[in-house]
Write a protein that binds this ligand. Sequence first.
Ligand code: PGA
Length: 251
Amino acid sequence: MKRPLIAGNWKMNKDLASARKLAADMVGLLAGVEQVEIAVCPAFVHLQAVAEQIKDSNIALGAQDCYWQGDGAFTGEISAAMLADIGCEYVIIGHSERRHVMGEGDELINWKVCKVLSDGLRPILCVGETLDERERDITEPVVTRHVTAGLLNLSAEEVRRVTIAYEPVWAIGTGKTATPEQANDVHALIRGILAEKFGSDVAAEIRIQYGGSVKPDNVKGLMAQPQIDGALVGGASLKANDFEKIVKYHA
Ligand code: PGA
């Protein structure tokens, strides 16, 4: 039975001491939670310290990105194997800030997804339309392209280890959340694409998270939707108490 995955994306925030404290606070507040899987994704330079804090807890470690090649002359980059080595289980790939601020395209994102899988980690593949794309009524082709291109060349066995995060770009960090119904509709579209490509059993197993201004006061409505299997949380994951309320949405 799949459990929802609630992951905190800390983005480029915190110094070492506050990252460590945030992780320690979360360990205390979230002890005993079993109904959902929990992950935190701090900046690369804080991974090791956070790994030490969450050791032996119910919180998994994730990174926010990685490179698509192994060891080599790639100055400034971090490999999936390096992330696995320090205890990461998840890697966010293709976040909208990587796509739109750093200019990453579908092909690069697919290479990263493949590398993360081949190095034994679990990718969280982010997909989602911009405000302009929603207004032009091209959400469906854009999301279809992100999902199809992002998962290119994967076997059904590999795709089982992928989590998809649907994050409408217009809802990220803006305080504007998609309504639960709007999100569910796109999740259903994604589920349909997965079923067509990998079969309905595999599609049913894959977790599709929603992301974009998830907060303690809207998480319950989102998680009540049949196609929503978790949340990728930015701003509200920087406060232990807010993240606790999100994780314990059913309380
Ligand atoms: P937000 O970020 O919760 O601050 O909107 C979500 C994300 O970017 O993953």
